[in-house]
Design a protein around this ligand. Structure first.
Ligand code: PLP
Length: 399
């Protein structure tokens, strides 16, 4: 008998399943709005010029590929810290923050999850309803009990702050809170600084453990602006965790470049924390890969390349914004029955469009337009060539 005869087929990842269905669709005018990836105006994943230039420099340098330190490229970690906390951060000056390079933002979440399991926590982690679909699976696999907190209000297409605060209040003390720091995936709905202040006060009172997930820094209002939640937590004096990623902001998905940063209360504590995070890394994959983080570090630490990257990222951000505006305008002009004006107020790559699962299914079946059944669409996959077809189809299914 085979060792695996009783093994069941694991369920397919719903978004990857959608991609497979898209790829198999023979229609030439099909559009994939189901992805979580930025496409440029030509419908391609861009290779950023700043990245290509840094890669050429490295190619020429013919650097050897020795093992990295367990926590990764040191110049990368310091660049990550400056981007998250600000170059003039008092926390950085005092040595309160430690950062470990990770296998994308996902890897940072898992490192943090494993490390927090060794601390005095309630064992409960709370994620927003809805959230990035991997949060639940990842924290469940790490041994947590996962609960939802209210977040999105379908009626207003905005934040249910009162519901969110009530649910965070009802959690046992010392629960882990996964908080999307900006450009919430999947809704595009973010907290205002005043909202964050209320969350921070609650976290402090309940001794919760905040875990900020920032995978889209620079896709909302700007690199500095999108760090407001991180900066406010930093000012609060609390201990907290940040998982960050360059997958999107460097268009660097396959290179798997992320970081886990932990804010401690003293430099001595920070050193002990890092030693434990290193233990988690060592027992999982020993040390991280060299290429991606070296390139990100070169771009961030070289003023001309940094300026070039910021310019390219701003173009991406502005292109998404203009697609939001055009979509809303076209839907209005074409006489859509639903009011879609809320789409311009949402932030980042995604929009919870308000389309129902039935409408999403009709978009796919009748028009070859693929979206997530929850109504999430990737605005970054719209362009001047496909937006007309998309808005025509949305009007047809929402009429
Ligand atoms: N967190 C959120 C909210 C995300 O949307 C994503 C990616 O889509 C990640 C984390 C993971 O990022 P990475 O691809 O760098 O692992």
């Amino acid at each position: 008998m085979s060792l695996f005869s009783a093994i069941e087929l694991a369920p397919r990842d719903p978004i990857l399943g959608l991609n497979e269905a898209f790829n198999a669709d023979p229609r030439t005018d099909k559009v994939n709005l189901g992805v979580g990836v930025y496409f440029n105006e030509a419908g391609k994943i861009p290779l950023m010029k700043a990245v290509a230039t840094a890669e050429q420099l490295h190619q020429q340098a013919q650097a050897a590929r020795g093992y990295l330190p367990i926590e990764g490229v040191p110049s990368y970690s310091s660049a990550v810290q400056k981007q998250l906390f600000g170059a003039d951060s008092g926390l950085l000056a005092k040595g309160l923050v430690v950062t470990a390079q990770s296998i994308g933002g996902t890897g940072a979440l898992k490192l943090g999850a494993d490390f927090i399991r060794t601390l005095d926590s309630s064992g409960v982690v709370a994620i927003s309803n809805p959230s990035w679909e991997n949060h639940r699976a990842l924290f469940t696999a790490a041994g947590y009990q996962v609960q939802d907190y209210r977040y999105y209000d379908p009626a207003s297409h905005g934040l249910d702050l009162a519901g969110m605060l009530a649910d965070l209040e009802a959690l046992p003390e010392r629960s882990v809170l996964v908080l999307h720091a900006c450009c919430h995936n999947p809704t595009g709905v973010d907290l205002t600084p005043a909202d964050w202040a209320q969350v921070i006060a609650l976290v402090e009172r309940k001794q919760h453990i905040a875990f900020l997930d920032i995978a889209y820094q620079g896709f909302g209002d700007g690199i500095e602006e999108d760090a407001v939640a991180v900066r406010m937590f930093a000012d609060s004096g609390l201990n907290f965790f940040v998982s960050s990623s360059f997958s999107k902001s460097f268009s660097f998905y396959g290179e798997r470049v992320g970081a886990l940063s932990v804010v401690s209360s003293s430099a001595q504590e920070a050193e002990r924390v890092l030693s434990q995070v290193k233990r988690v890394i060592r027992t999982n994959y020993s040390n991280p890969p060299t290429h991606g983080a070296t390139i990100v570090s070169t771009v961030l630490n070289t003023p001309e390349l940094n300026a070039m990257w910021q310019q390219e990222l701003a173009e991406m951000r502005n292109r998404i914004k203009s697609m939001r505006e055009l979509m809303v305008q076209q839907l209005k002009d074409k006489g859509a029955r639903q009011d879609f004006s809320f789409v311009t107020g949402q932030c980042g790559m995604f929009s919870y469009s308000g389309l129902s699962a039935d409408q999403v299914e009709r978009l796919r079946a009748e028009f070859g337009i693929y979206a997530v059944s929850t109504g999430r669409i990737c605005v970054a996959a719209l362009n001047l060539n496909n937006i007309n077809a998309v808005t025509d189809a949305i009007v047809a299914v929402s009429g």
